[in-house]
Design a protein around this ligand. Structure first.
Ligand SMILES: NC(=O)c1ccc[n+]([C@@H]2O[C@H](COP(=O)([O-])OP(=O)(O)OC[C@H]3O[C@@H](n4cnc5c(N)ncnc54)[C@H](OP(=O)(O)O)[C@@H]3O)[C@@H](O)[C@H]2O)c1
Length: 330
């Protein structure tokens, strides 16, 4: 037996540097994030009796997040444009509390919020101030979840500027404005969650507006976290596919919803799993969460170390995409 063990050790010993280097880099990055001052040093976030405001909570991930926060005793303020769905969500939250005996003394509340209608700081102020009055103490939003979003399908050449702007309005400017107007109401031990995407790290073909908006939102919050409140927790989520029907609501080049879901989307994470993973990361004071299969994570590394190879692979993948350009190379 010991002979076999010795043989294995002798056999694998020359390869130890190959394992030691990545393990060392990983260990060092963990050690540094623990040593460096910032949100990681804060005690874990207790959501009981905290106010959580979620944008885009009428369906999908926002809706699933509302259950996760409510289950943990938070007062949830859910917003979106579909008031019927929000009202139904609040009723379901109360029913789940009764059924599962969740310890929560707060009634969930909902409000209409269209991120494309807000305008600027002046025109949006009243609507955002009204949301604050729904907080437990009438003024503090402990956790802001910037989740609302939309997508598009179509080539760079075919997608009209109107759609490029519409996607940026929801996925970028809307969140920037809501965050600006709420920033002073978020305490130092509170948090901001930003639902970005893996496409905020690597852009893919035929999703230009969406990828651009997710790059933009990641950049905005990276700037914010490095400004004058470095201890405020900002958790950016880079998610791969989640099975929410998101693709079927994406706009085509005519501005109409696709109506059918992409195959990739249906094979994505379950929305309940995604929501629970996000809230656990939030509680642990994480600042970045990558929720994607290993092969998609590799793309992020390739983007920096071997970009041309990645672009070639994405081009090959794009050749099977049903949303290819009508104006092909000549
Ligand atoms: N599903 C995925 O594969 C995936 C992957 C990575 C990241 N994400 C991100 O996850 C977030 C949630 O997406 P989801 O998958 O849960 O899709 P979803 O079910 O379509 O949810 C999108 C939410 O955004 C709201 N919304 C859309 N336009 C809005 C507007 N103009 N103003 C305010 N709210 C608006 C929608 O509500 P109303 O229509 O009622 O307003 C809905 O509640 C998005 O930011 C998305 O980019 C999704």
């Amino acid at each position: 037996m010991s002979h076999v063990v010795h043989h294995h050790i002798r056999h694998y010993l020359p390869y130890w540097p190959y394992a030691a280097i990545p393990l060392g880099v990983y260990g060092l990055s963990k050690l540094l994030s623990w040593l460096i001052p910032g949100p990681k040093r804060q005690s874990s976030l207790n959501l009981k009796d905290k106010t959580v405001l979620i944008t885009g909570a009428s369906t999908g991930l926002g809706r699933a997040l509302a259950f996760e926060f409510y289950k943990r005793g938070a007062k949830v303020i859910v917003t979106a444009r579909s008031l019927d769905k929000l009202s139904q969500l609040c009723a379901e939250l109360e029913a789940a509390k009764a059924e599962f005996g969740w310890a929560n003394n707060h009634e969930p509340v909902y409000r209409y919020l269209d991120l494309t209608e807000l305008g600027d700081e002046v025109s949006a102020k009243q609507q955002i101030d009204d949301l604050k009055t729904l907080a437990i103490d009438g003024k503090t939003i402990d956790v802001l979840v910037n989740n609302a979003g939309m997508s598009m399908r179509g080539s760079c050449a075919d997608t009209p500027l109107k759609i490029q702007r519409q996607v940026m309005e929801v996925n970028y400017f809307g969140h920037v404005l809501v965050t600006k107007l709420l920033l002073d109401s978020i305490p130092d031990n509170g948090a901001i969650v930003v639902v970005g995407s893996l496409q905020g790290k690597v852009a893919i073909p035929y999703r230009s507006a969406y990828s651009a908006s997710k790059h933009a939102i990641q950049a905005f919050f990276d700037s914010l976290r490095a400004e004058d409140r470095p201890n405020l927790q900002i958790l950016t989520i880079s998610a791969g596919y989640i099975n929410t029907g998101f693709g079927s609501r994406a706009l085509n080049t005519e501005g109409r919803q696709m109506g059918v879901e992409d195959e990739n989307q249906t094979k994505g994470l379950s929305v309940e799993y995604a929501a629970s993973t996000i809230v656990k990361a939030l509680i642990c004071r994480e600042t970045e969460l990558l929720m994607a299969p290993f092969m998609l994570r590799i793309a992020i590394g390739l983007r920096y170390f071997c970009p041309n190879f990645l672009f070639w692979m994405l081009h090959k993948r794009g050749q099977n995409d049903p949303h290819q350009s009508s104006k092909k190379d000549h």
